[in-house]
Ligand binder design. Structure first.
Ligand SMILES: Nc1nc2ncc(COP(=O)(O)O)nc2c(=O)[nH]1
Length: 280
């Protein structure tokens, strides 16, 4: 099973996008020094993992080549590990995951659930590291056309089970798998809310479940102003923290967020609510 320093509460993964074009923080941490300082700050705020990504997955984002992605994340991962930070690498590429693990990353966060790179399962199995399998139907340039479901809960569940089965067949320890509904990936706002409402269906599979709603567009649409203008990303932290609390209460293993402080408070509230008392 996944080791966590705070097993009594939902895990908090701090997002560190070392990219020029991620949707909500693109460019802020492209500089290595700033990136490392931000990662250390998120760990000091209580983040259980810092999730380092080198390629934007924003809808319509242009892909970067493996070398560019690797060169963005490896130095930052190495420096963070040297500061004692636990790091996950957010990549769909086996070669990048391999280099990140060599640099000290201890979790692979794969938004493609192993579909983008057939070599990923072997890399994860050999390294014996936890593997986050997110629900995905194709790269950023195609997600829009793939967002159609008869039964989004049933289909996402079935497609994630298929990914977990494939991982186990490839030699990955099932105890190291984490599932993630992939909010916003080939999904409309309605699909996102339907998946959150029935998160219990994924939790019931028995794998840890990670939820990544932080600052996403469907929150901006929910919080739109009178003339329908979506709330800009900086104004979505309250909704993100609310989802953190609700996801934790629904049994999520972890959340992936940009603002660690807000979600640390939210997971503390969820834990106290669950216990009927604050932690002794
Ligand atoms: N496991 C997982 N990883 C992810 N990586 C990137 C993004 C896109 O958001 P960002 O641009 O804020 O990183 N979302 C997820 C997600 O929902 N789940």
């Amino acid at each position: 099973m996944l080791h966590l320093p705070h097993p009594g509460r939902c895990a908090v993964l701090g997002v560190l996008n070392v990219t020029p074009d991620s949707f909500s923080d693109g460019g802020r941490y492209i500089d290595r020094e700033h990136a490392v300082a931000h990662g250390v700050a998120m760990r000091d705020s209580g983040a259980d993992l810092v999730d380092v990504g080198g390629e934007s997955t924003r809808p319509g984002a242009a892909r970067v080549d493996a070398a560019t992605e690797r060169d963005r994340v490896v130095p930052v991962i190495r420096d963070l590990v040297a500061e004692g930070v636990r790091v996950s690498v957010d990549t769909t590429r086996a070669a990048v995951a391999e280099a990140a693990i060599e640099a000290g990353a201890t979790v692979v966060n794969d938004v493609s659930g192993g579909l983008a790179d057939p070599r990923m399962a072997a890399v994860v199995a050999a390294a014996r590291v936890p593997w986050i399998l997110m629900h995905w139907r194709g790269h950023s340039d195609r997600m829009g056309e793939l967002a159609s479901y008869e039964d989004v809960i049933g289909e996402v569940r079935a497609e994630l089970v298929a990914r977990a089965d494939a991982a186990v067949l490839a030699g990955v320890d099932p105890g190291l798998l984490v599932l993630d509904p992939g909010l916003g990936f080939a999904k409309t706002a309605a699909h996102n809310w339907a998946l959150l409402r029935r998160l219990d269906v994924l939790v019931a599979l028995g794998f840890p479940v990670l939820v990544g709603a932080s600052r996403k567009r469907f929150l901006g649409e929910l919080l739109a102003d009178a003339d329908g203008t979506p709330r800009p990303t900086p104004g979505r932290e309250g909704a993100t923290a609310a989802i953190t609390a609700l996801a934790a209460h629904a049994g999520a293993w972890g959340v992936r967020v940009h603002d660690v402080d807000g979600s640390m408070d939210a997971v503390a509230v969820a834990a106290a609510w669950q216990l009927g008392a604050s932690r002794a």
